[in-house]
Design a protein around this ligand. Structure first.
Ligand code: ACM
Length: 528
């Protein structure tokens, strides 16, 4: 009888092993590397490692692993246990790396500093998820896209320096490399501009839920600190200064540049033809450019029609449309965008705009398009056909303010919502639209609008674990991406979030991590 039970147990255990084979053969890495070849044996972390490098990151790696750094030089690396080798002659792809793990040592190799940085992140993730016992293997890895982004809207709600740094850390671990910072919009202006102090003394007052909330913004010192924190993690920060619409906080502070607007859209646009407006914007650009080394500045350009009612009646604006032969108010909007593209080009920067700018007739040398209107696929195609480089962030599935589970009660829906699986699968369902234009696709990003995200707990909940799927779709090549395997190993990422104390939605046990409270319960936006 006892033997029978034992046999039965052996069979059950054997079956369980077989059933879980895909899981155990998966490397617990987010995002999944291009190529992993496993070998026999393990490398053990956590016993007086020697770490050396000819390209940096040795001290950083030692610190993260809780090891004392015992440097090894390149010539003695045979005896070193972990060596980070920067070798430009190795001809590895930009941001790519290799990693060789044997029982005696680990060699991380890259031809660029970014590649070596990512090699180090891979090693850290393996050490973390494998509990210090790393399976021997050889990894060859490089990203699918050069633009692997995340956008945070801090105008609607402000989260502050520490939260941003925590997310920059998470981005680095996931090999995401662009932080698009939406710093200006209707409820608040969030960046100190020395020439125009009212932008923060008045414009930074209020948020989406409370127009009287005390002013919250980043000083220029804060910005410098965050830009350099990001750069250390190979993350570029793309600042956004939204115009000519979504300029309410500016127009509240400096009504002389306001283009009017009605009702809830009062002061929504810049005045589109006063020279004073362009001088004002130019001065702000100068300060923004002095703070952000990014070659790009995002200028919005979206949804101008929401609040340009006064353009139709203002005699000065109407005369301007006639004098310049612009045809109508839309022609005027396009004129505004072309002027801004030229202004930025004259300052050595390339404009990025939401996909409305495709119709403005800007030269593709001067602008990059962010495709966001998932219901207007033709706008993506038009951007590509017109020669623009494109970053994809369609509302479905890449807007983080859409719910990720059908029973959630706060957030957006639009003929469905944005579960993690859809993010992982992206861009395959639409990639045929870019056929022949693949070189113009710079990449993709997850965009987190925060009208319905008022605190850190909800922000974390809307971000995670979906950000891991964003990394998977931005980094892992289509041929190597398997979303069902990704979902199988996702619990390892959830464990990591547990250890970091980050709240998240658990797609396997939706009731285990309930939706956090929100100021407006049941604040659902459908198809808008
Ligand atoms: C946008 O969502 N208005 C770009």
């Amino acid at each position: 009888m006892k033997i029978r039970n034992l046999e039965r147990r052996i069979v059950i255990v054997a079956m369980a092993c077989l059933l879980s084979l895909p899981m155990v053969s998966q490397v617990p890495l987010f995002p999944t590397p291009v190529e992993v070849r496993k070998a026999e044996g393990y490398f053990m972390v956590g016993r007086n490692l020697q770490i050396g490098s000819n390209g940096g990151y040795a001290a950083l790696l030692a610190g993260k692993l809780g090891e004392e750094l015992k440097e090894v030089s390149a010539d003695t690396r045979a005896s070193g246990e972990v060596f980070l080798e920067l070798n430009e002659l190795a001809g590895l792809p930009d941001e790519g790396y290799t990693m060789e793990v044997t029982p005696a040592k680990v060699v991380l190799k890259a031809s660029s500093a970014a590649g070596l940085f990512y090699a180090k992140e891979t090693f850290l993730q393996l050490a973390e998820t494998a509990g210090g016992k790393i399976r021997c293997c050889r990894i060859e890895d490089a990203p699918r896209y050069s633009w692997r982004g995340f956008m945070l809207d801090e105008s609607r709600h402000f989260f502050g320096k520490e939260k941003v740094k925590q997310y920059l850390d998470m981005m680095a671990s996931l090999k995401l490399n662009v932080f698009h910072w939406h710093l200006t919009d209707e409820p608040g202006w969030r960046i100190e501009i020395k020439k125009y102090p009212k932008l923060t003394s008045e414009g930074a007052v209020g948020n989406w839920h409370d127009p009287k909330a005390p002013a919250q913004f980043y000083t220029q010192d804060d910005i410098r600190e965050i830009v350099s924190y990001a750069a250390e993690r190979h993350i570029m920060i793309l600042p956004e200064f939204d115009m000519p619409g979504h300029a309410t906080a500016v127009c509240r502070s400096y009504p002389e540049v306001s283009g009017g607007g009605e009702g809830k859209w009062e002061g929504f646009t810049f005045h589109p033809c006063k020279e004073e407006t362009f001088e004002f914007i130019s001065h702000i650009f100068d300060e923004i450019i002095s703070l952000f080394p990014s070659p790009y500045i995002h200028v919005g350009g979206d949804e101008v029609h929401f609040g340009n009612q006064s353009w139709y009646t203002d005699p000065e604006i109407q005369q301007f449309i006639k004098d310049k032969n612009l045809g109508n108010e839309v022609g005027l909007e396009h004129y505004f965008i072309r002027r801004i593209a030229d202004m930025l080009a004259s300052k050595g920067k390339t404009m990025i705009g939401w996909d409305e700018i495709v119709d403005a007739g800007v030269s593709p040398e001067k602008a990059v398009v962010m495709w966001w209107r998932h219901d207007r696929k033709h706008q993506l195609v038009k951007a590509l056909e017109n020669g623009y480089k494109v970053i994809m962030t369609p509302r479905r599935p890449l807007y983080g303010d859409f719910v990720q589970y059908g029973q959630h009660t706060v957030g957006r829906f639009w003929d469905g919502y944005n579960p993690i699986e859809d993010i992982c699968r992206f861009p395959e369902p639409i990639i045929h639209l870019a056929q022949g234009y693949e070189d113009q696709l710079m990449g993709l990003q997850f965009s987190m609008w925060t009208e319905r995200v008022a605190d850190e707990k909800r922000l974390d909940f809307m971000m995670f674990p979906r950000l891991a799927a964003v990394a998977e779709s931005a980094w892992t090549p289509a041929k190597k991406k398997d979303c069902s395997l990704f979902m199988q190993k996702l619990p390892k990422f959830l464990k990591l979030l547990d250890r970091l104390g980050i709240y998240y939605f658990n797609p396997f046990q939706p009731d285990a991590t309930p939706e956090p409270d929100a100021p407006d319960k049941d604040d659902v936006l459908k198809n808008g």
